[in-house]
Design a protein around this ligand. Structure first.
Ligand SMILES: Nc1ncnc2c1ncn2[C@@H]1O[C@H](COP(=O)(O)OP(=O)(O)O)[C@@H](O)[C@H]1O
Ligand SMILES: [Mg+2]
Length: 275
C-alpha cells in the first residue's frame, strides 16, 4: 500500500506572528506517529495548517500527499484527497444532525467528484453502516439524532470525532488531543477504537500528552515539538519518558527552541491559549 504525507521545512504564521519555524515530517500509510510538546509549541497549528485552515498562513515550505501539492487545495479538497483532522476543540453545529452531517461528509469523501445537490449514499446502506460503526465504538444510537457536538460532553464530542474518522476512512488522520477531557476508561476505549479503525490502512498522527492513548497504537515514531519546530525524534520510549518526566531535558538540550518558546509565551501575555 502506497501513500505518504510529506511536510518539508514548513513555516506558518497566524496574522503577523510566526508560529511554525521550519518543520519537516513524513508519515507513510500504516504508520502511527506521536506528536508531543508543551502547550503552545505549535502542535494544533500544524494540524490546522495541514488541513488548510484559512487563519494559518503557510509562508514557506511544502505539504504533499502522494506527491500532490496540498497547499494548492481548499480544506474540502484536502478532505476528499484523504485527510482528516479530529479537532482538539470540536465545534457545535446546532440544527445539523450527526447522521445527516456524516452522510454528506462520507458521500463527498468517497465520491470526490460529487457536486452539491447530487445523490448521497443510499439511506439504507448508510444507516446500516453507521449503526455498525456506532456499535463497534460503543456509542449510544441516540447520538445520531443529536445536533453535531451541540451540548455534547467533552468525552462525547471526542467520540463523535472518532466516529467521523470511522465513517470517512481517511488515508491520513491527525488526532489532536483526542484524549483530553476523557477519563481513564474512556481513553482506553478511544485508543482501542482508533487502532480498530485505523488498523494498517491509515497513517495516523496522534497529538497527545499521555502515553495512554498510544496503548493500542504503538508509535513507529515519536516527535517532540518545542518553539514551533520538531527538536527530537524517537520511538515509543520517548513518549513514555516525556509523560513521566516532562520537557525539562528537551528544553535544556535545545536552548534556541526553548528561547522561542519563552518568547511565544511572553507574547501571549504569559499565557498560551492552550489550544
Ligand atoms: N488563532 C490563533 N490566534 C492567535 N494565536 C494563535 C492562534 N493559534 C495559535 N496561536 C498561537 O500559536 C502558538 C502555538 O499554539 P498551538 O498550535 O495551539 O500550540 P499547541 O497545540 O502545541 O498547544 C501559541 O503561542 C498560540 O497562542
Ligand atoms: Mg493544541
Amino acid at each position: 500500500m502506497s501513500g505518504t504525507l510529506a511536510i518539508s521545512d514548513l513555516h506558518v504564521s497566524v496574522g503577523e506572528k510566526p508560529i511554525l519555524k521550519g518543520l519537516s515530517l513524513e508519515i507513510r500509510r500504516g504508520e502511527v506517529h506521536a506528536l508531543m510538546g508543551p502547550n503552545g509549541s505549535g502542535k494544533s497549528t500544524l494540524g490546522f495548517a495541514i488541513m488548510g485552515h484559512p487563519g494559518y498562513q503557510v509562508t514557506s515550505g511544502r505539504i504533499e500527499l502522494d506527491g500532490q501539492n496540498l497547499l494548492a487545495m481548499t480544506p474540502d479538497e484536502r478532505a476528499r484527497a484523504g485527510l482528516f483532522l479530529a479537532f482538539q476543540r470540536p465545534v457545535a453545529i446546532p440544527g445539523v444532525k450527526m447522521a445527516d452531517f456524516l452522510r454528506h461528509a462520507a458521500t463527498n469523501v468517497r465520491r470526490p467528484e460529487r457536486k452539491e445537490g447530487e445523490e448521497l449514499i443510499p439511506m439504507r446502506q448508510f444507516r446500516k453502516e453507521l449503526a455498525e460503526k456506532m456499535q463497534q465504538l460503543r456509542i449510544d444510537p441516540e447520538f445520531a439524532r443529536r445536533y453535531v457536538n451541540d451540548g455534547f460532553s467533552g468525552g462525547e464530542s471526542k467520540r463523535a470525532e472518532i466516529l467521523q474518522m470511522a465513517m470517512l476512512r481517511p488515508k491520513f488522520a491527525i488526532l489532536d488531543e483526542t484524549d483530553s477531557g476523557l477519563d481513564v476508561d474512556a481513553v482506553r476505549l478511544a485508543s482501542q477504537s482508533i487502532a480498530e479503525i485505523g488498523g494498517h490502512q491509515m497513517g495516523i498522527l496522534i497529538i497527545t500528552h499521555h502515553e495512554q492513548l498510544l496503548e493500542y497504537n504503538h508509535p513507529d515514531c515519536t516527535h517532540v515539538m518545542l518553539g514551533g519546530r520538531i527538536v527530537e525524534d524517537g520511538g515509543p520510549e520517548l513518549a513514555m519518558e516525556l509523560h513521566k518526566h516532562g520537557y525539562d531535558r528537551i528544553r535544556a538540550a535545545n536552548p534556541e527552541a526553548a528561547a522561542d518558546e519563552e518568547a511565544m509565551t511572553v507574547a501571549g501575555n504569559g499565557k498560551t491559549r492552550g489550544t
